[in-house]
Unconditional design. Structure first.
Length: 82
C-alpha cells in the first residue's frame, strides 16, 4: 500500500556522495583550529553575555534573601507565650 518511507519520491539527475564514518577523522584540526576558534568566540561574546547573567544572578540572590528575611517570625511576638 504505497511507497515505503525513504522511497517516497524518485529524483532524476541527482547525484549524492557520502563518506563512510570509518573513513572520516573526527578530531582533524581540533587542537590546531578548534581551540583557538573557541577562545576567539568566547572573547568576542563574553562582555555581551556576562552582564545580563550577572545582573540576573544578583537580582535572584537579592530576592531570595529578602524573601527569607520577610518570612521569618518575629521572636518578640511570642515572648509572653507559655
Amino acid at each position: 500500500m504505497g511507497l515505503k518511507f525513504g522511497n517516497l519520491a524518485k529524483y532524476s539527475n541527482v547525484i549524492t556522495y557520502s563518506l563512510s564514518p570509518y573513513a572520516q577523522k573526527p578530531f582533524a584540526g581540533f587542537f590546531k583550529n578548534g581551540i583557538p576558534n573557541l577562545w576567539r568566540r568566547f572573547r568576542s561574546k563574553v562582555f555581551i553575555m556576562a552582564p545580563p547573567f550577572i545582573f540576573g544572578y544578583l537580582v535572584y540572590s537579592w530576592g531570595t534573601e529578602k524573601h527569607r528575611q520577610l518570612s521569618r517570625k518575629d521572636p518578640a511576638v511570642y515572648a509572653n507565650d507559655e
